[in-house]
Design a protein around this ligand. Structure first.
Ligand code: OOB
Length: 531
């Protein structure tokens, strides 16, 4: 068992096995089996090449052999830092074939994060593709090597076809298969150990819930190493269903739309800001997107107003997804009524996802009230990797993960994410929800998007700062106009933003979500210029 991983108890493991969630198979073995009978079908494609299931297996075997020749061994952790391409699938499967454990860095992670991942995971190998460094970061690898002198750097482009046949290890399915990175915007990402059993359970259940079949074509537009496109159902769910996976270099419509048209893509997953970008681009780009039957939108809050806009652009193929690298996923079911899609983040994947909603005192709040979501279940981890202090804060004694998300459940059992525990502004003793103000702001005709944060204030403790993006062709707004508007909409005056800043676009995290920590930095940097 990988040291530093918190396993489920024997009793709970047995019950998950008995209930059929954990099939006691490895990721590689499971996918190999799923591909049988579909050997000539296209498994993966990008702008440069296409591979059938038979070819993908052959490439993965060869990649495994070359990793083995380089010294990579079963049970070792390897930091994998690749952009979206067929090579991502080959390298991931190659490492699985070898029984090595990839740490899945996002392509926009840089030396700070990579060094951190190498240190925690004690990786001896760092596998990257040349194009992850193109954006002016050619010094990244030397900085990493300076921090980790013994690290072996492997460029996938330089790998020769492996010639030796490497051993066929038999990893324990209840042991760690991969390490995901956490999506938080505070501090460095944590590593999240996912086992063969729990991650396959997640990918299979996700695929089942969106009725993925071999006739589907899934487009990877978000960074492939993120849990959303990787397994929700994403790449693994698609491969487990003998569907086709198409990799887009980026989320930009210029890259993605052509592939959607060419491969008749049926399913994809996007963060809200990108989904909205696509809805705009759709009007003037020539490509035919009519093959899409499902657009999953998640990763950060999709406001009801924006959901309606997306549905009017794409039709009723929008699905809200609330997920986390730590496990739990909720989604609005296919065919859910429009009100459900616009106003909720759906139901959980499994009846054995145990959720609790608790107040500041850790006690359950009445059904329908807002509180922090806690969860445990067959695909939700019991601890971060090698982070005992963090684990004391993020997991309860009886194994619930404290999500840090504020949620409530509707009477029909749908979840509504109301923000983060920390996404509240403590203004002169009053607790103000950022989401409430954001939702109201975007109903103003000039405002296309809004993000509200707390900024430090000597008198009030915290003051409310609203960042807004002005809709194309509309007049800018100032604080007074916003104040007037919000008050006329009936908002209590203590919730009216004390500061307003207009931006062209919001800073984004590595996964493409609005980065509120970076907004605070922008505020700090521009504070004196404005006042
Ligand atoms: C996904 O995973 P992570 O690990 O990058 O981020 C998880 C966090 C959640 O705890 C929540 O704070 C936020 O992102 N989040 C949402 C949301 N989906 C995620 N907040 C509001 N509304 C939503 N729909 O982001 C992720 C993983 C798998 C599938 C989808 C998303």
């Amino acid at each position: 068992m990988l040291e530093g991983f918190t396993p489920w108890s024997q009793k709970i493991s047995n019950s998950y096995k008995q209930k059929g969630y954990w099939l006691e198979e490895t990721i590689y073995g499971f996918l190999q089996k799923a591909a049988r009978g579909h050997r000539e079908k296209t498994a993966v494609a990008d702008s440069f090449r296409e591979l059938t299931y038979a070819e993908l297996e052959c490439e993965a075997e060869s990649m495994a052999a070359s990793f083995f020749e380089k010294g990579v061994r079963s049970g070792q952790t390897v930091v994998m830092h690749l952009s979206n391409s067929v090579t991502f699938a080959i390298a991931f499967l190659g490492l699985q074939r070898l029984g090595a454990i990839p740490v899945l860095a996002l392509s926009s992670h840089r030396e700070r994060e990579i060094l951190h991942f190498c240190r925690i995971s004690q990786a001896s190998f760092y596998i990257l593709s040349r194009d992850v460094r193109t954006d002016g970061c050619s010094s990244m690898v030397s900085a990493i090597l300076e921090g980790m002198p013994g690290l072996e750097v492997i460029y996938v482009e330089d790998m020769k076809r492996g010639s030796v046949s490497c051993p066929r290890p038999n990893p324990d399915p209840s042991d760690v298969a991969l390490l995901l990175t956490s999506g938080g915007t505070t501090g460095l990402p944590k590593l999240i150990p996912r086992t063969h059993n729990d991650y396959l359970c997640f990918a299979r259940e996700s695929a089942r819930s969106v009725r993925l079949s071999k006739d589907d074509v899934y487009l990877v537009a978000l960074p492939a190493a993120h849990n959303f496109p990787l397994a929700s159902p994403g790449i693994l769910g698609a491969l487990a269903s003998a569907a086709t996976v198409v990799f887009s270099k980026s989320v930009a419509p210029d890259d993605a739309f052509e592939l959607i048209q060419k491969y008749r893509v049926t399913v994809t997953s996007l963060v809200p800001a990108v989904a909205r970008l696509w809805a705009d681009a759709k009007d003037w780009m020539p490509e035919d997107l009519s093959s899409l039957r499902l657009i999953q939108v998640g990763g950060s809050r999709l406001m009801p107003e924006h959901s309606r806009q997306l549905r009017s652009a794409f039709g009723s193929i929008v699905q809200q997804v609330y997920g986390m690298a730590e496990g739990l996923m909720h989604l609005t079911e296919i065919g859910a009524p429009d009100e459900v899609v616009d106003n909720t983040q759906g139901r959980s994947l499994s009846v054995d996802d145990e959720t609790r909603v608790v107040g500041d005192d850790g006690r359950d709040v009445p059904v329908g009230s807002v509180g922090q979501l806690l969860v445990r279940g067959p695909y939700t981890v019991r601890g971060y990797f090698r982070a005992p202090e963090q684990n004391k804060r993020s997991f309860t004694g009886d194994g619930f993960y404290c999500t840090g998300d504020l949620v409530r459940f509707t009477p029909d059992g749908y979840i509504v994410v109301e923000g983060r525990v920390k996404d509240q502004i403590n203004r002169a003793g009053e607790s103000v929800s950022a989401v409430e103000i954001e939702e109201l702001l975007i109903t103003h005709s000039s405002i296309e998007d809004a993000a509200v944060i707390a900024v430090p204030d000597e008198m009030l403790d915290e003051r409310i700062c609203a960042f807004v993006i002005i809709a194309d062709g509309y007049d800018p707004v100032d604080r007074l106009e916003i104040r007037h508007f919000l008050i006329s909409e009936g908002l209590a005056s203590f919730k009216v933003p004390d500061d307003v800043r207009v931006l062209k676009r919001f800073p984004a995290t590595a996964a493409g979500k609005t980065d509120k920590k970076a907004l605070l930095d922008i505020y700090e940097k521009t504070k004196n210029a404005v006042e």
